[in-house]
Design a protein around this ligand. Structure first.
Ligand code: SF4
Length: 215
């Protein structure tokens, strides 16, 4: 186990730019009183590959994670850049409160415990959680990413013709998933800005890090 030297936060904003925190049950009151707005939460779905903050490695999620994020995933929406500041400082989430640049032990202690999920905010009886679960079963992130990785690999090796079937399958899934989102918006009162929370990232957004561009 490496030795760490405790130090005060220098408020450089580096961790906030790398990605907002995952949310825990302790953060639920911040959402209920609108300090944290739903439009600033993205659901990373089971099966997605994400960066594990304490280790910096890529992992595949076996449970969903709610995270503060800008729509393009480029950092925390509550980071003000000029002057550099956390705009909800004093009411910032649990992970931000325990994070230390030089000693990740406090973050690691709570990192995978008591994580908040969509059902905790929507309720078990909600029609929206039923829609989110249907979406997860119909458009599983792991299946989509497996197809996308095969396509990216073939393109990298200069053989895009060999993955024509995969391209057609992925295009079809993306089209049906987009239609699902549109139908949900038409039949509910939710604003489109809540879709990344309710359904996670769209398929084009999901496959972009693999170098794939879906319209
Ligand atoms: S909530 Fe504040 S401290 Fe936490 S990542 Fe966002 S800007 Fe940084």
């Amino acid at each position: 186990m490496p030795e760490y030297t405790p130090s005060a936060c220098r408020r450089c904003g580096t961790c906030c730019r790398q990605g907002g925190p995952a949310l825990h049950h302790e953060d639920k009151p911040l959402i209920e009183c609108n300090v944290i707005e739903v439009m600033n939460i993205i659901t990373l779905r089971r099966g997605e590959t994400v960066r594990d903050d304490p280790t910096g490695t890529l992992i595949t999620l076996d449970e969903e994670v709610l995270r503060l994020s800008l729509p393009d995933g480029s950092g925390c929406p509550y980071l003000q850049t000029t002057p550099l500041a956390c705009t909800i400082h004093g009411s910032h989430p649990l992970e931000c409160r325990v994070l230390s640049c030089t000693d990740p032990r406090a973050l690691m202690d709570i990192y995978t415990t008591n994580r908040l999920q969509r059902v905790d905010l929507l309720g078990e009886e909600s029609e929206l959680i039923a829609a989110a679960r249907y979406h997860d079963e119909t458009f599983p992130a792991k299946h989509i990413l497996d197809i996308a990785r095969r396509i990216a690999k073939e393109i990298k090796h200069g053989m895009p013709k060999d993955c024509r079937q995969d391209i057609e399958t992925l295009t079809d899934i993306a089209s049906r998933e987009r239609a699902f989102r549109m139908t949900l918006l038409e039949h509910t009162q939710i604003p489109s800005t809540h879709l990344p929370f309710l359904l996670g990232r769209s398929i084009p957004t999901l496959v972009t890090p693999l170098g794939l561009k879906l319209s």
